[in-house]
Structures are given as structure tokens and as C-alpha cells.
Design a protein around this ligand. Sequence first.
Ligand SMILES: [Cu+2]
Length: 185
Amino acid sequence: MKHAFAVGLALFGAVAAGPSFAHAHGDHQGHAQGGHAAHAHAGHGAQAMPSPDAMAAMPVSASVAVSACWIRLLPSPAPSAGYFIAANKGSETATLAGAASASYGHVMLHQTTHTDGMSRMSHVQGVEIPAGQKLEFKPGGYHIMLEKPSGEIKVGDTVPMQFLLASGEKAEADCEVKPANTLAK
Ligand SMILES: [Cu+2]
């Protein structure tokens, strides 16, 4: 993922350099093509979470903020679920591509869907948050699935969580650990 992050920076560089090369149409096209391919690659790479070091090096988003994060603790080895509100104060759609925490070895974005009275859970690659909108991750809908706790996690603990955006930025929140019978914050 360090690679994908570097590609993201290169893409930014290509876009920033664009106007100065506007007269050289051929070159500009070349940059645009390369940039597009790099972007697609970075998006694909977001399926695998970056290393903790890479995550730590990512800039914090100025437009996307996560709040009201809490975790419904289930006894291990059952996965616990995390819920929160992601607000996009920016002027462009943001895509939440994943989450990570030092307290869990495996964190995935999930969605619960209900069809014909059946409820099922699926892994989602990315969740779009339109400009100016809030998206609530709550029981029965989007959630983060938390597996492989790195130590004992108890009700009342606070778990730091990092949220990866497809832009290569991150948002951070502290999640309050609540009992299994909690229905909403
Ligand atoms: Cu799930």
C-alpha cells in the first residue's frame, strides 16, 4: 500500500503539473492516461489495508470526519461490530475504503442487507459519502467488523480507529466499547 500511496502522490503531481504543460497536448494526454490508470490501481489496492506505518503517515482529511464511534463487544472468537457517523464537509464525494485499529488484527467494512425476511452480511469495498452529507453506520446497515483482538478488550474501553479514504487520506476516531445488548448509541 505504500506503493499505492506513492502513486497517489504522483497522480497529484501530474495533475498539479498539468496546466504548465497545457500547450504540449500530447504530453498532457499522456499524463492524464497515466494518471487515470494509477488512480484505478490505487482504488483496487485499497481492498488490502495499508501497513500501520503507512496508515500513520497518511494525512488526516480536512473534509471527512468520523464521530460517535462505538463498538458492540461480542465474546471472542465472535467478531465485534463498530458503528459511527462519517460526515463529509467537502465539496466532492468521498469514499470510505476501509478501517484499521491497533487493537484488532482484522477490520472489514460490512453491510447488512435484508431480503425476503432474511438478513445477510457482505463485505463492501467502498462506501461513498456525497459532498455535504452524513452517513451513519448503524446496527442493521453498514458496520465495521472487528476480528483478531490484539489483547483483552472490555466494556468501557476506548479503541482508537483509523478510517481510510480512497483519496489516500484518513479520518480518526476513538470508539467506546459497549456491551453486546446495546442497540444504538
Ligand atoms: Cu459484519
